[in-house]
Structure formats: C-alpha cells, structure tokens
Design a protein. Structure first.
Length: 280
C-alpha cells in the first residue's frame, strides 16, 4: 500500500503535470545549452589558432597571404568577431591586440588521475595569466608542480597534403635537413619532428625541395612513451576535457596544452574527443 506521502506526490503530479516536469525540462535545456556552448568555444579556438598560424607563417596581410584570407573568411562565416580576428592576426606576429609584446610562459601541473600537463602561453601580462591558470588548475583538483621531465621538447611541422607525397617521399630530404622523425597523421598529412631550433629552417628546406606548404609549425612538448598514463574510466576523460575546454575559453593566451595520456580502456569516441582538445 502506498504511503500518504506517495499519495500526495501522485496527486500533485496529476493536478500540476507541467509544474512537476518543469525541472526535467529545465535540466534538459541547460544541458543542451552547455553542449552547444562547448561546441562554439571549440570552434572559436580553432578559428583563432588557424588565423594566428597563417599570420605567423606567411605574414599578417590577407591581401598577399591567401591562407590567412581563407582562414578569416571561414571564421567570419561562423560569426567569429572582428576584434577576435584582429587579435589572432596580431598574436601570430607576437603581439597583443594593443600591440604589446607577448612573452612566453610555461605552466606545469598534475591533474587527476596523475596526468602530467604542460601549458604553453603567450601573454602580455605574465603575473595575471599565471594566477588565472593556477586558480583553474586548483579548481579542477590539480596541483602546480614540475612535469616537463616527462616530455621531450620538439619542433613539429605539419604539411598540407600533396598528391604523391607521403612520409616515405619526404623522409630522405627531412633527415638530410636534420629532422628527427617523419610520420603521417590520421588525415594523411606529413608530420616532421625536429629539434626546437631547427623547426623553421627544416620547414623552409622541405617546402623548397618538395614544393610542400606548411600548414602548421610549432614547438611542442611530446610525452615520453614509457611515462604515459592509461585512462581507465569515462569520468576521468570528461574531467580532463572539461579542464582544457574551460582553460581555452577563459585564457586567450593559451598556445598549447600537452598531456602524457594514453587511451587505456576508454571508448574510442571519448579518446578522439580528448585528443582533439589537446596539442599532443
């Protein structure tokens, strides 16, 4: 027999169905909005990175830099703000939107579950950026501590795809130019790894030798294979993704987020989503 309290609840649901279902509807709306906001934030981050890279590699004038012109046009179609476009172009030239010189800042931390993180920033206010990122790390139950010994610092050049040119065709010229390794990414683009100081020269040599166009050129923190942490549960992956998303949303100075993670036993789609958010 139902209790008197259960009877009252059933009567209330029957009398005021809309009121009783309101919380559920609001929760759904809130969840959907959060999901849409996350997608938009990710798109904004991608547009800013593409514009900055084009500006860095081929100059800040879209009239003589077709790649930059294309990146700007694509960003505008997605509703990327004019001020954000101008800031990304300036960042590619090593200055802020106000033309203040940007300085490099690297922050190291450990996040649950014992994942080493290296965060590269370019900022016009080191103290502010350091304080903001440290606060965010603490909010996600992490701690700021040295971790770069778990990574190798390398140059990485990603070339645009070219018919008939793969890693095998690039290998000999790349090694002659001083490259450390040559691979292909999931999209079949040639990726060349170098010593940090050789990145620009190697990119220019291979572009001239093979007629390749650099899509991206940066200095990364490549996690050591033998120290990678296998991710074993869904919540850990979601927590790490949430951290990167919030970091990129709140800090426009972020240049790269590196983690020493391996797929472990987690779902392939979750792993792919996390990989799309981090830089290595």
């Amino acid at each position: 027999m139902p209790s008197p309290l259960q009877g009252l609840r059933a009567l209330r649901r029957a009398t005021y169905p809309d009121v009783c279902s309101g919380h559920s509807r609001w929760s759904t709306i809130k969840h959907d909005k959060g999901k849409n906001d996350a997608i938009k934030n990710k798109q904004r981050s991608i547009h800013a990175h593409e514009i900055a890279q084009a500006s860095k590699l081929y100059g800040s004038d879209p009239n003589i830099n077709p790649r930059l012109a294309h990146a700007i046009a694509t960003a505008k179609k997605s509703g990327f703000a004019k001020a954000s476009i101008e800031a990304a172009i300036a960042r590619g030239q090593g200055v802020s939107a106000s033309r203040a010189k940007l300085e490099s800042l690297t922050i190291e931390a450990i996040l649950p579950p014992s994942v080493a993180v290296v965060i590269d920033c370019e900022t016009d206010n080191k103290l502010r950026t350091l304080a903001d990122v440290r606060l965010l790390i603490k909010h996600h139950e992490g701690s700021v501590t040295p971790t770069n010994y778990l990574f190798a610092k390398r140059g990485r050049i990603v070339f645009q795809k070219k018919e008939g040119i793969g890693a095998d065709e690039v290998l000999e010229g790349a090694l002659d130019a001083g490259a450390l390794d040559v691979t292909e990414d999931a999209e079949g683009k040639v990726v060349v790894y170098t010593e940090p100081n050789d990145t620009k020269a190697t990119a220019e040599t291979l572009s001239s030798l093979l007629g390749l166009e650099a899509e991206r050129s940066d200095i990364i923190w490549d996690p050591n294979v033998d120290t990678k942490v296998g991710l074993e549960d869904e919540q850990s992956v979601k927590d790490l993704s949430d951290f990167v998303e919030e970091l990129q949303e709140k800090e426009s100075s972020i240049q790269g987020v590196y983690m020493n993670v391996a797929q472990g036993n987690i779902d392939t789609s979750l792993w792919a989503d996390l990989q799309s958010r981090i830089s290595a």
